[in-house]
Structures are given as C-alpha cells and as structure tokens.
Design a protein around this ligand. Structure first.
Ligand code: ADP
Length: 324
C-alpha cells in the first residue's frame, strides 16, 4: 500500500514562490509515489482574517494555482477544508487530549498574539490542534511543508502520541518532508517570504510585476559600490539563482566575488530566469481559470473522496473515545 501524504495551504492570497519552493513543488513531486491528499485550509485562514469578503475568491485562486503548479486530480485528492466538516469534529475531540500549556508555548501563537492583540481568538491558540486533525483524519504519515511548519508538526506528533497512549493506537505519527529549499527568504532579505509582509512574488504575477519585484530586492548588504566584491553566500538573490539559473550558478558566484557582475545585472537576469521558469505554469493557469466548470468539478469530487476517508476515521475515533 502506498504511504499517505497530507498537506494544507492557507487561502490568504495567491501562492507565492516561498510556498512553491518550500512546499508545493513537493506536493507535485510526491503525487506519483504516494497516496496524496492536499487541502486549501480555509478554516485556518479564519484564525487571522478579520475581513473575510475575499476568502471564497482566494480559495478558488489557490485551487487554480495548485492545479497550474501540476497537481492532477486523477492522481491526488484536492479539496477545501471546510467541505469536510468531520475535521472540526476531530478538532474538538483532539482538543480533549491536548494540554493547553502545550499550545500556549507555541512560538507562532505568541508571535501572532503580538501581531493581533485585539484578536487573540480561541481558534488561534487551537491552530496546531486543527492542523493535527487535518493530518490524522486521513492517517497521513508524511507532510510536505516548509521549515517554518516543523514546530507545529512536532506538536502534532506529541498530540498523536498522547491520544494513542490514552485511547489506544489509532494514528501514525506524521513526519515533515522538506524540499531542498525549505526556507525562502523574502525580497527584503530579512524575513521569510510571506504574503503578509508583502516581500513575495506570486506565481501568477505578470512578467512585468515579477521583474519589478526582483529589481526591488535586497542583495548583499556589504556591497555598496558596483566595484565592491560580493558575497554570494549571504545574498538572497544568489539563493534564488541557485534554483532558477542552475546551469550558470558557479559563473554567477565567481563574477559576483570578482565584482565583474553587478547586482542590477544579476537581478535582471534572475527576473528573466524566474519568468522563463514560470511561463508554462502561467499559461496553464490561464487555461484552467477560463474553465470554471472544471474547477467546480475538482472541488466537489475532491471533497467527496476526502469525506469518504474522513467518515471511516471518525467512527474509529468515536469508538476509541467511548462515544460509540
Ligand atoms: P503563508 O506562510 O504564505 O501564509 P501558509 O502558512 O499557508 O502560507 O503555508 C503554506 C506552505 O508553504 C507551508 O507548508 C509553509 O511551510 C510553506 N511556506 C510558506 N512560506 C514559506 C517560505 N517563505 N519558505 C518556505 N516555505 C514556505
């Protein structure tokens, strides 16, 4: 039997290069070898979104991005989290096996509580429990994620261990699966690439927008003049070059170190390389977006397939917990 894989992505906007390089490229790569289930986690988005009028559109945009990136609904299950309500039931039940102290010490909770002090909601502290419910509802063993999600996954493993100890072996302990680019730094060269920091490039951006964003990126901060030798190992643009211009990456490093390549030229070439890389994806995206009936069908059938698995797990969980 194939190993089961699960991962989710929040519909807080369209997919960016950080999501793609850190996680989504693995979603696509794992489709053939594993039994993959991928989800647009709209309920998770509610933990931080106060204005939700764009949520439905963003769910759809993200579905289109995932399909354009190469997810094939004939090979994997692709669905929207809230369309499988069993997950909220499991979230409640797992909550009974999760000490509050574990959740209060999660660094991202503390960070988010600082960022939105007026909206430290119950869902925010429960985020890792809902994430655990997402994964274990399908008894997934591997979870393709970016490095930022590893602490949440560690907590998911602790919750699973505790549940299994208390109620008997039920769920496998899920393990994270990283790509070769597990942490993409944003164009500011400082923080992780993220929609909320606006330091990102969307897969669906136009070539012009992409070039403009790349040209605004921070490079080696020690390189002030064109004639200063650069330090590729500390330069965020160089990290992206490794992915997007692999054939000339050694040349780029030595030209940067000898100052024969300037940052402006380097960024222009990177922008062009990103645009070339994303061109087929963007063309596929335009085709998919034009076929609304196809998107509806994918979303509907994905939920049906996911729900069939979820129902079976819930019967087992309820029996184990003494509810049935
Ligand atoms: P965001 O952080 O942009 O709001 P999500 O939290 O929904 O997006 O993350 C979706 C997936 O993308 C997760 O697996 C996450 O680890 C990964 N990811 C997000 N940002 C980055 C990044 N800058 N580098 C690597 N992976 C990332």
């Amino acid at each position: 039997m194939k190993k089961r894989v699960f991962s989710g992505i929040r519909p807080t906007g369209r997919i960016h290069l950080g999501n793609y390089l850190g996680a989504v490229q693995n979603y696509v790569a794992m489709q053939d070898e594993y039994d993959c289930i991928y989800c647009v986690v709209d309920i998770h988005a509610l933990t931080t979104l106060e204005d939700t009028h764009l949520l439905k559109d963003n769910v759809r945009e993200q579905m289109i991005d995932l399909l354009a990136a190469g997810l094939d609904p004939d090979k994997c299950i692709l669905f929207v989290q809230s369309h499988v309500p069993e997950v909220t039931e499991l979230f409640t039940l797992l909550g009974m096996a999760t000490p509050l102290s574990w959740l209060l010490r999660v660094p991202t909770f503390k960070e988010k509580a600082k960022q939105q002090p007026h909206n430290v909601n119950y869902g925010l502290v429960g985020y890792p429990v809902l994430m655990t419910a997402d994964i274990v509802l399908y008894k997934a063993e591997a979870v393709p994620v970016g490095e930022d999600q590893l602490p949440h996954l560690e907590l998911a493993r602790e919750i699973v261990r505790r549940f299994n100890d208390q109620f008997g072996p039920t769920f496998p302990e899920p393990k994270g699966k990283l790509t070769s680019f597990p942490m993409v730094v944003g164009l500011d060269g400082r923080d992780k690439m993220s929609k909320s920091l606006n330091n990102h490039i969307e897969l669906a951006a136009t070539p012009e927008e992409t070039m403009k964003k790349v040209m605004s990126a921070v490079t080696d901060p020690a390189r002030r003049l064109r004639s200063d030798p650069g330090h590729p190992e500390v330069c965020n643009i160089y990290k992206l070059q490794k992915h997007f211009s692999p054939a000339i990456v050694d040349e780029i490093a030595s030209e940067c170190q000898s100052a024969s390549r300037g940052c402006v030229d380097c960024k222009k070439q990177l922008g062009a390389a990103i645009n070339e890389y994303l061109a087929p994806l963007r063309a596929r995206r335009a085709e998919i977006a034009a076929d609304q009936a196809y998107i509806d069908k994918v979303i509907k059938e994905g939920a049906e397939k996911a729900r069939a698995i979820a129902r079976v797990t819930m019967v087992e969980v309820k029996q184990k917990m003494g509810l049935l």
